[in-house]
Ligand binder design. Structure first.
Ligand SMILES: NC(=O)c1ccc[n+]([C@@H]2O[C@H](COP(=O)([O-])OP(=O)(O)OC[C@H]3O[C@@H](n4cnc5c(N)ncnc54)[C@H](OP(=O)(O)O)[C@@H]3O)[C@@H](O)[C@H]2O)c1
Length: 304
């Protein structure tokens, strides 16, 4: 019988790349998602189940017979009923359901530099969940990516979109804060490898290059052939402008928290790189497709 693995957000961004690799390796995949009826590239090859966070028994039943659970579930910002608090609560339910269902291994996607003391709920919530996983008794690998890049990306895509669309590009603050982007399929490869191991560990999932935000915007501009003047705005003013633009697109472009995380260099690792794909090379191949359309977080997660 084929082994069964479960992926949360199976047809989402990271989850899709993990699922492609699992199906390619002949593993049976079940998916947990908020949108079990939404068509996906996987068609009949994946069985989809709702998260059922409010019915832990049902959630545990979905996980019966599952060997490995890959967890990508999280929320990027508080919006409506989806909040960091609910994401932490729901993930605790998921961890407990996995334990009760006898899942052999949990591969959990976190973030670089989480901290229980962080004033930023994203980083604090991720730290609380890492703590819950370590205390769960499950065999685990925790992967901590920085900002991801890939064709379905939001941040890098929307930088390209704004560069294509507007005569100037506004950066909050001096833009010297740094990021260490990681290719989404490299993260998926680490996740699938981690599933086959038995040791408990926590690992930063980071690419080979560190960029200042200024350099990142210039690199994307060079690759897509758009070099509008880059202006540095006082952060609050830039965030207000981003807020207006976000409202125009019915989305949230960047939150104050995300800016604070970025400007505190939280999207950089102090460990050696673990993922091979350089952003520059990926951009050279994918620039024509990048930023052709605005990528909306709200459309992706809140529209039926
Ligand atoms: N994207 C990045 O640049 C980045 C950077 C660092 C860390 N990470 C971490 O990597 C993991 C995967 O990120 P991703 O970008 O690949 O996520 P994603 O595919 O967009 O979403 C992952 C899962 O979370 C659910 N979800 C997302 N937003 C939600 C909301 N507002 N309300 C309810 N459910 C929501 C999705 O629901 P559906 O099943 O309905 O799609 C999916 O199950 C996350 O844990 C994230 O913290 C991502």
């Amino acid at each position: 019988m084929k082994p069964i693995h479960a992926v949360t957000g199976v047809a989402g961004y990271t989850g899709k790349y993990i699922t492609r690799r699992l199906l390619g390796a002949g593993i049976e995949v079940i998916g947990l998602t908020n949108h079990p009826a939404r068509p996906s590239e996987f068609g009949e090859r994946v069985r989809f189940y709702p998260f059922d966070f409010d019915q832990p028994e049902r959630l545990a039943a979905h996980l019966e017979g599952v060997e490995v659970l890959y967890n990508t579930y999280w929320v990027r910002f508080d919006h409506g009923r989806s909040t960091y608090e609910s994401a932490v609560r729901n993930t605790r339910v998921l961890i407990d359901a996995a334990r009760r269902a006898g899942v052999r291994r949990l591969v959990h996607v976190s973030i670089t530099n989480p901290s229980l003391d962080s004033p930023l709920p994203y980083f604090q919530g991720k730290a609380l969940l890492e703590e819950a996983i370590r205390a769960s008794g499950l065999s685990y690998a925790i992967l901590r990516p920085t900002v991801l890049f890939g064709l379905e990306d939001i941040l890098i895509n929307n930088i390209a979109y704004l560069l294509r669309k507007f005569p100037l590009f506004a950066i909050p603050g001096d833009g010297t804060y740094r990021l260490q982007p990681v290719f989404v399929d490299d993260l998926a490869a680490l996740a699938v490898r981690a599933a086959g191991e038995s040791e408990n560990y926590t690992l930063d999932a980071v690419g080979p290059d560190v960029f200042s935000y200024n350099a990142l915007v210039r690199l994307i501009g060079d690759r897509i052939g758009r070099r509008p003047p880059i202006l540095h705005f006082e952060p609050e003013l830039a965030l207000s402008l981003a807020g207006l633009l976000g409202r125009f697109y019915g989305d949230v472009l960047i939150t104050r928290e995300e800016y604070l995380g970025l400007s505190a260099d939280l999207l950089v690792s102090s460990q050696p790189p673990t993922c091979p794909t350089p952003l520059g090379e990926w951009l050279a191949q994918n620039a024509p497709a990048l930023g052709q359309r605005y990528a909306s977080e709200i459309a992706r997660h809140y529209q039926p």
